[in-house]
Design a protein. Structure first.
Length: 138
């Protein structure tokens, strides 16, 4: 499954050509572009004028998906956390310092109802630390 507001995805990505069924969640305006670029490779689902992540989760639930791992950039993470759609957050802290002003960010500016998180677990994996949190209200 992939999410794209514009529908502008590369049909050559290996993702489309390996594994099982594929889904593209997009906007009403992005759906024609996704269908044109990808043909019959995936099912394309338009979620409205903007990508509605609650509707996306409802659609996946109707397909039998009960557990979902979300990977993405700042926009995806911000959408799930600011809308209280995440049950857990897994952060990997690596010994790498990035100071570039234009470097990608985990979260973008938004209101986060579950801004205070509860620590669930920490684990060292080589020189990386995996931290598991559960967002909580208040």
């Amino acid at each position: 499954m992939t999410v794209t507001a514009s529908g502008d995805v590369d049909p050559e990505w290996k993702f489309w050509h390996h594994g099982g069924e594929k889904l593209v969640f997009t906007t009403e305006s992005g759906a024609p572009t996704a269908r044109e670029r990808l043909g019959q490779l995936p099912e394309v689902v338009a979620l409205g004028p903007q990508v509605d992540f609650g509707a996306l989760l409802d659609d996946l639930g109707s397909r039998g998906v009960r557990r979902l791992m979300v990977e993405g950039g700042g926009q995806i993470h911000t959408a799930f956390l600011s809308q209280s759609l995440a049950d857990e957050i897994h952060l990997a802290i690596a010994p790498l310092v990035v100071g570039a002003a234009a470097a990608p960010r985990f979260l973008l500016p938004a209101r986060y109802p579950g801004a205070r998180m509860k620590l669930l677990d920490t684990r060292a994996i080589g020189d990386v630390v995996l931290i598991r949190y559960a967002p909580k209200a208040g």
